[in-house]
Design a protein around this ligand. Structure first.
Ligand SMILES: NC(=O)c1ccc[n+]([C@@H]2O[C@H](COP(=O)([O-])OP(=O)(O)OC[C@H]3O[C@@H](n4cnc5c(N)ncnc54)[C@H](O)[C@@H]3O)[C@@H](O)[C@H]2O)c1
Length: 267
């Protein structure tokens, strides 16, 4: 059986993961798309984290390679695009997974430092745009491509900190702009809004900030309507697989919540 993204080349930005007990959104997406036939360039600022993802893919017989790049540097982003073209000759799927809040010094409006604001903007928004800026000319030339950007339900609902909420809201606007401007080239762009996921990125930051792990998990689980349990990296991976596959060939510019019904359930 050919996979759902057989013969596609996936460039994933932030395909490593924060260390922890569960799998992250980016790593799960890289692994799932590789299982479904994609060849994957795993880009991450943390080369070791990218290498671990690559090892997991290769151990299942998939094809992947690691590449070290920091998306706050345009030169690094260009080097990652060039590495993907060098190794695989094309870029079919661009997956922009990188984003953070507390880890970048996020805070409420009156406490947020200018340096932290600028960092949040550079990592969460400018980095996504830079990857699109340099991948799009190749996708346009191929006359095919899929971009999936990872935003957050924080863009829509209540969220205490300014940097994450505003940059994740802007990721939706960025994606709509890309979808509108590139449909004529047969390049699609969609955005996923994860809700509360049981990933190291979400859980470890709160544990490090002083809340016991059990409490972090129990309180997040309790506020999810579907099954009273957070989602996992695999839930984001399956949504990404669909949007990147040809099954979604007529879908562009959409915002897909993956939040276990939290946004629509009575509080
Ligand atoms: N886990 C949740 O509950 C949740 C909820 C909503 C949205 N999200 C979104 O999901 C995405 C992350 O998911 P994850 O579980 O894969 O996170 P993760 O932290 O495990 O993985 C992100 C990877 O990005 C890399 N990275 C960070 N900054 C970078 C930079 N400047 N350049 C290159 N690489 C960089 C990290 O090294 C890490 O390996 C983010 O966009 C986040 O906002 C997560």
């Amino acid at each position: 059986m050919p996979g759902r993204v057989a013969d596609k080349v996936l460039l994933i930005m932030g395909g490593g993961q924060t260390p922890g007990e569960t799998i992250g959104n980016g790593r799960a997406t890289a692994e799932l798309l590789a299982r479904e036939g994609a060849r994957v360039l795993v880009v991450d600022r943390d080369l070791q984290a990218a290498e671990q993802t690559v090892e997991a893919i290769r151990s299942e017989g998939g094809e992947a390679a690691p590449f070290a790049a920091d998306v706050t540097s345009e030169e690094d982003v260009q080097a990652a695009i060039a590495a993907c073209l060098d190794r695989y000759d094309r870029i079919d799927l661009l997956h922009n997974n990188i984003g953070a809040s507390l880890a970048l010094g996020d805070a409420p409006a009156t406490d947020l430092e200018v340096e932290a604001y600028d960092r949040l903007y550079q990592v969460n928004l400018r980095g996504m745009w830079l990857a699109c800026k340099h991948a799009l000319p190749h996708m346009r030339e191929q006359r095919s491509g899929s971009i999936v950007n990872i935003s957050s339900m924080a863009a829509r609902g209540a969220y205490p900190y300014v940097g994450y909420k505003t940059t994740k809201a802007a990721v939706i606007a960025l994606t709509e702009n890309l979808a509108g401007a590139n449909a004529e080239y047969n390049v699609r762009a969609n955005v996923i809004l994860p809700g509360l996921m049981n990933t190291p990125m979400a859980v470890e930051a709160r544990v490090a900030a002083g809340t016991p792990r059990d409490e972090v998990i129990a309180s997040r689980d309790a506020s999810v309507p579907l099954g009273r349990k957070m989602g996992t990296g695999w839930d984001i991976a399956y949504a990404s697989l669909f949007l990147h596959s040809d099954e979604a060939r007529f879908i562009t510019g959409i915002t897909l919540p993956v939040d276990g019904g939290r946004a629509v359930a009575p509080k």
